[in-house]
Design a binder for this molecule. Structure first.
Ligand code: NAP
Ligand code: HSE
Length: 326
């Protein structure tokens, strides 16, 4: 079966998804009987030089070329922000298309209603790439929710901040140089203040809280502190005490209440979180059956994020595979 993919966005994430679809199309054909191809790509600026080469005929600046195309079965949203991404995702769903998104702000703020909309149109909406990059934490949490009672989740959820803090400590870079390099490598948000002021971690935490505890928390209900105020001196002082500073996001269930926060924390250098460096993210989940589990992996960047998106695409392909088999 042929599966046409419409890409909304061709920046770090969109171009990574394109590269991975090209690299793995034979696998998807052989193992799932699906001929997956990118049919159209929405961009904003047709004059921009693209790091990943693509035939010009695939680009469009008109969203409807994708959203109203019956040959597009699945839409990948990698634009970012709420407007116009929300409208595009809603239109894709209402046109009967499955949607995979990497957009944490959108899912943190509107995930529940979008999931309901997708359900009512009988399509899939998936967003593994929104939290902790390549770590399959949403998938894992959904499984734990059936087999266990989870009461705590926490982690280093922002690759840019962890990269900056690591470079400040290990390579003695100043904050500005490290941030610039994180931007060049495609880790940072288009407005990097979302990363360094903690809002990107907050959006990811809000998604996890909904997944784990089935509760929608508002942005203003969670205290947020980022790393913008941390100096090289702070990092060095911590190091002298055998500690590392990490931007840490956490949520804990206390009876019917959820307490949550995002803030820089000190971890012993040799602890699990102390050993998570560079663009890596890590997540700890605590539950009554399994006790405690720790996940670590790349938290940002073209291929790790593209991989998380592709994992959602592959899950969705299972549906077509079953239909084909009857
Ligand atoms: P990016 O590099 O800035 O790319 C954004 C893309 O969307 C660009 O191709 C841009 O077009 C296009 N775009 C933006 N606004 C548009 C509009 N109004 N109409 C049409 N096209 C538009 O961003 P990114 O890093 O790929 O991030 C995309 C999303 O994935 C964000 O929600 C981000 O939070 C999330 N995410 C990013 C990462 C990461 O490592 N970067 C990881 C996980 C999740 P032009 O190229 O023409 O400007
Ligand atoms: N800007 C984000 C980060 C991208 O640095 O973690 C991945 O979500």
């Amino acid at each position: 079966m042929r599966i046409g993919v419409g890409l909304l966005g061709f920046g770090t994430v969109g171009s990574g998804v394109y590269r991975l679809v090209e690299l793995r199309k034979q696998n998807m054909r052989d193992k799932m009987g699906c001929d997956v191809f990118v049919k159209k790509v929405l961009i904003r600026d047709p004059k921009k030089t693209r790091a990943v080469p693509l035939n010009d005929s695939l680009f469009t600046t008109i969203a409807d070329d994708i959203l109203s195309d019956d040959g597009v079965n699945l839409v990948v949203e990698a634009i970012g922000g709420v407007y116009p991404a929300r409208e595009y995702v809603e239109k894709a769903i209402k046109s009967g298309k499955d949607v995979v998104t990497a957009n944490k702000e959108l899912i943190a703020k509107h995930g529940r209603e979008l999931l309901q909309l997708a359900k009512s149109y009988g399509v899939d909406l998936r967003y593994e790439a929104t939290v902790a990059g390549a770590i399959p934490v949403i998938r894992q949490v959904r499984r734990f929710k059936i087999t266990d009672e989870i009461d705590y989740i926490g982690g280093i959820l922002n690759g840019t901040c962890n990269y900056i803090l690591t470079q400040m400590e290990l390579n003695k870079w100043d904050y500005g140089t490290a941030l610039k390099e994180a931007q060049r490598l495609g880790y940072a948000e288009s407005d990097p203040s979302y990363d360094v002021q903690g809002y990107d971690s907050l959006f990811k935490l809000m998604i996890l809280i909904r997944e784990v505890f089935d509760i929608d928390m508002d942005v203003k209900d969670i205290e947020v502190e980022g790393i913008a105020g941390i100096s090289k001196k702070d990092v060095e002082k911590a190091k002298a005490r055998g500690q590392r500073i990490k931007l840490y996001a956490w949520a804990k269930k206390n009876g019917d209440e959820i307490n949550a926060g995002v803030k820089p924390e000190f971890f012993p250098v040799n602890s699990l979180f102390g050993q998570v460096n560079g663009v890596e993210n890590a997540v700890v989940i605590k539950g009554d059956g399994f006790g405690q589990q720790f996940f670590v992996g790349y938290g940002a960047g073209q291929m790790p994020t593209g991989d998380a998106v592709l994992s959602d695409i592959v899950d969705i392909l299972g549906k077509y595979e079953r239909t084909a088999k009857g």
